[in-house]
Design a protein around this ligand. Structure first.
Ligand code: SAH
Length: 494
């Protein structure tokens, strides 16, 4: 044992570490109020015009100095007569007096140097477009949900990177957050005037925030404020949870909606089916608890009642619950039963649409499911009744309609019986058909065959993943770009 590994005697223990200091900041983000203040912009370029527009959006009165203004600037001046005044001459030192901020698009380093010296001499913070060395501040990339504003900077290190970060933030902050931020601004003085204690005030804003995050697309109303106030007056400390039924799409994580990604990233618990790909479950918030409620084969590992019960129990415990379902939740996903249970239990819920297997598969093989001449109707059916057999109540006349495209979910087991019945019903055996296994996933497989031969081809190729079958004249031409996938088929058929 070395000396170092011995416990240090208490008296000689180092002082406990102080709270960690803020890490170094390349630049200080501050949010500058410009309402009614004077801003100075020099230059007639598009870049100068864009800066003038930005400053005008922030409420400044802008004097633009440009001997030869470009078209963009002329348009801006015409459209914003109130905010922007154009002076068709070069800037002078005197122009800086009384300005709160100055921006120059300078022709060369000499002008940039002169401009920034003049600004600093007048005590005006200055930015020179694309010349950081002469600037006091930079403009960040902006995500605008005003009064909620996000600014992003890489301190000039990588503007393109900053743009990408901005794009990401755009996707996770719904546009409608603007309305909630506006409501907060309008309600703040009202809440202030209620003379609530600190805890009650805090509870109000916590509830407000939960409501905004859970239902961002709603427009906040006065009645919401009243309800929030009523809720804090009988505050028991119990939190209200919620459930989102979310379409996970057919497998490719890129096919998730922005909304789906957003709720996944604020989930406390995620309940998911077998069909949902692990990559998608992975996208949930790191701390979220993940529970599989998969139905394996035809034997459910959880009954529908158990799943609904769990959703209610978790929401009542204050959790934000995400129920991930393959494809679209409203198509052959038993969403109706979960919705009925949630409603009966008065648990707040929302449904987020997903890409269903039919449209995922169609995109994957490059075929339109409808056609102006020979597929004016599109029908989705399940070929799997409760007991696993072909449902007895399918409308066979409709399914054999040569002018329709039919998409069959859960149809592998009953495919021989189904195609046989279609032919008996009068559908031409040569009608094109396709089976797509694991549509949109890396190991997707496609089997193309006339409907009269499809069942045999499928039996020969023994699919193991989820399969969707599509039948109809719309499939007559699978584009050349997808022929490679289709070629695999004919082999399977041989
Ligand atoms: N709600 C889902 C359907 C659930 S029913 C949706 O909208 O897609 C389950 C059936 O969907 C499977 O038996 C299969 O027919 C189909 N399916 C789901 N994902 C699929 C995929 N990636 N490829 C092919 N078929 C799929």
């Amino acid at each position: 044992m070395t000396d170092r590994s011995r416990p240090i005697p208490i008296a000689r223990r180092p002082e406990p570490a102080r709270a960690t200091r803020m890490a170094e900041l390349a630049t200080l983000p501050v949010f500058f109020k410009l309402g009614g203040k004077r801003a100075l912009v020099a230059g007639g370029t598009d870049a100068a015009g864009w800066k003038a527009e930005l400053l005008a959006a922030a409420g400044a009165k802008i004097d633009v100095y440009a001997p030869a203004p470009g078209a963009a600037l002329e348009t801006l001046v015409r459209e914003s007569v109130e905010a922007v005044t154009l002076h068709r001459r070069p800037w002078t030192k005197d122009d800086f007096h009384g300005a709160a901020i100055a921006v120059g698009d300078c022709a060369d380093a000499a002008e940039a140097d002169a401009f920034s010296r003049a600004a600093r001499a007048a005590g005006v913070p200055v930015n020179i477009v694309d010349r950081q060395a002469f600037s006091d501040f930079q403009f960040g990339s902006i995500v605008n949900r005003s009064p909620l504003v996000v600014g992003i900077s890489t301190d000039g290190a990588a503007p393109v990177f900053a743009q990408a970060v901005r794009a990401r933030i755009e996707t996770i902050l719904p546009v409608s957050f603007r309305r909630w931020a506006e409501a907060a601004r309008a309600w703040r003085p009202i809440v202030q005037s209620m003379r609530l204690g600190f805890r009650a005030r805090r509870s109000f804003w916590e509830r407000f925030t939960r409501l905004a995050l859970a239902t961002p697309d709603r427009t906040p109303e006065e009645s919401d404020r009243e309800e929030l106030v009523a809720a804090i007056s009988k505050d028991t400390g119990a939190e209200v949870g919620s459930v989102a039924l979310v379409g996970a799409g057919p497998g490719d994580p890129e096919l998730l909606t922005l909304k789906a990604v957003r709720v996944l990233q604020s989930a406390d618990v995620v309940l998911y089916d077998d069909l949902v790909s692990p990559h998608i479950v992975e996208m949930a918030r790191r701390e979220a608890e993940r529970i599989t409620v998969g139905k394996r084969g035809h034997k459910p590992s959880c009954t529908q009642e158990q799943i609904s019960g769990l959703l209610i129990e978790l929401a009542r415990a204050g959790k934000r619950v995400v129920r991930l379902k393959g494809g679209d939740p409203m198509i052959f996903g038993r969403a109706g039963e979960e919705i009925a249970a949630l409603q009966a239990a008065a648990v707040p819920f929302e449904v987020i649409a997903g890409v269903t297997a039919a449209t995922g598969a169609a995109a994957s093989i490059g075929v339109s499911l409808t056609h102006r001449d020979h597929a004016r109707r599109l029908q989705f059916v399940t070929a799997h009744a409760r007991g696993g057999q072909l449902p007895g109540d399918l409308d066979w006349r409709a399914l054999a309609d040569p002018a329709a495209t039919t998409v069959i979910y859960m149809g592998v087991k009953t495919l021989p019986a189904l195609t046989e019945r279609l032919l008996r019903q009068g559908l031409a055996a040569a009608t094109p058909a396709v089976l797509v296994e694991r549509a949109t996933q890396p190991d997707e497989r496609v089997i193309v065959a006339p409907v009269g031969e499809l069942a045999a081809a499928v039996t020969a190729s023994r699919p193991t993943g989820p399969c969707i079958v599509i039948v109809g004249e719309a499939l007559r031409e699978i584009p050349a770009a997808f022929a490679r996938k289709a070629a695999a088929v004919s082999h399977a058929a041989e």
